[in-house]
Design a protein around this ligand. Sequence first.
Ligand code: FMN
Length: 211
Amino acid sequence: MDTMVLRNLTYGMFVLGTKDGSRPTGCTVNSVIQVTSEPLLIMACVNHQNFTNQCIKQSQGFSVSILSEETPAAAIGNFGFRSGRDTDKFASIPYGLTERGYPVLKLNTCGWLECTLESFTDLKTHSLFIGRVTGAESAVGSPMTYAYYHRVVKGKAPVNAPIFEKPLERLWTCPICGYQYDGSSGPFEDLPNSWKCPICGVEKGMFKQAG
Ligand SMILES: Cc1cc2nc3c(=O)[nH]c(=O)nc-3n(C[C@H](O)[C@H](O)[C@H](O)COP(=O)(O)O)c2cc1C
């Protein structure tokens, strides 16, 4: 069985919003798709260990902010490499609340959906949440794909820094999120010790040079 074929499945990039009581929380996900039109149902898949999972079950709903290509790496990292159990992820992020009180991002989104929890199935590692869409709003922008996140955001590849032409072994790589420093702010060695991974915030000293 050639499981490499799974890499050819395509996904978007989203912040799944929910609430812990009245406190907004949520996490980065790539696993959101529309399931049916009538009724209008979507699904999202969330690991049991994620705080978002239990908050969706408790609050019986969630929101989906559709990330645009302009979303900064730090915002994706804020929602994707920290837990709402011990962090207020929305503290420094402009957001609004849907009618049922679920947080949606105000910047860098192509729109949002609000859902009530229709049903869920607990799989071995993840819960498969089916949400009934109860609110939706579009915004301008190009939706970020998961492939774009890997190629461009994580790679941090501006046109003048052709990261993919450099041999990978020369790149300093974050051991937590896999972010590879592209040299755009000068040699890695010259970055101040206070420099942190722009995606997950890990300290410079933890970075490894592969190879
Ligand atoms: C690009 C990206 C995609 C992710 N996709 C998912 C996903 O589809 N499902 C999931 O459970 N976690 C996913 N995660 C991981 C969660 O965002 C991460 O575990 C987060 O810290 C959970 O936060 P929480 O404990 O506040 O829920 C993704 C993370 C990133 C960076």
